[in-house]
Design a protein around this ligand. Sequence first.
Ligand code: HH2
Length: 288
Amino acid sequence: MSIPGKPLRGVRVMGILNVTPDSFSDGGRFLEPSAAIEHGRALIAEGADIVDVGGESTRPGAQEVSGQEELARVGPVIEGLARGLGDAVISVDTSKASVAAVALQAGAGFVNDVTALRGDSEMAGVVAAGGAECCLMHMLGDPRTMQSDPRYEDVVSEVKSFLEERLAFAVREGVREQQVLLDPGIGFGKTIAHNLELLARLDELVSIGRPIVVGTSRKSFLARVTTRSSEPRERLAGTLATSVLAYERGASVLRVHDVAPAREALEVAAATLGGRWTASSPPRIPTS
Ligand code: HH2
């Protein structure tokens, strides 16, 4: 057996940076651009490959924000982070084409659209023209209504068909297939059972052939399947358990608030599963 080495082969960590007053776990903490930029830099120092900057909460029941307001929140933060970024990539978590366009100009290289290009008819064109990576996520309904009695015949096959259809749409609109990532949208119009089934059968989504993004971080279903009630910031153990399971089933990007512990958990998982994924770069062998 070869010595596994430390790099996370085939998987990236996406650190969450919410510049909002109302996000479910970190709302209001990073509204000041300087605080947000500092936190973004800290996420990169902890090992985030991608920093996902969002200016509108998508928590159940969240109110919509105008494009102008969203841009006023994320624009200065993306500009600030883009200076001295190193190898990390800035993602903009938006479904508005106007916000994505300015973010790409300011230094973002990734668009995370929770509506999978359905929210704004201009979005596909902006992503295509910008040559950005793009995450297309599944959501049943919209954030105001999505958690009121979501139903599926078979959640995995329905999410899979949706993601295949959105991938085909993106490619028809000029987005390069190689730039597209797909996400089952944990917690977006799903019961606890739906979330757990999507995680358990993630390999069926991996079989679509595009990298899969998974975001379980601090979400409420993690608290509901344990005997301990917890505030969002206390759900690290559940976040790590589900992130490692998703990785083992082939996820390529894990979207998390707590980058350092997620990286550490994934490094241990990668070492344990050593050599299972194709290395994009050769493994570094630890010297001590
Ligand atoms: N989850 C949230 C927001 N954006 N994007 C993707 N691709 N996948 C996700 O699972 C996902 C997402 C919700 O989490 P958070 O950003 O912490 O909260 P809020 O929407 O309240 O800002």
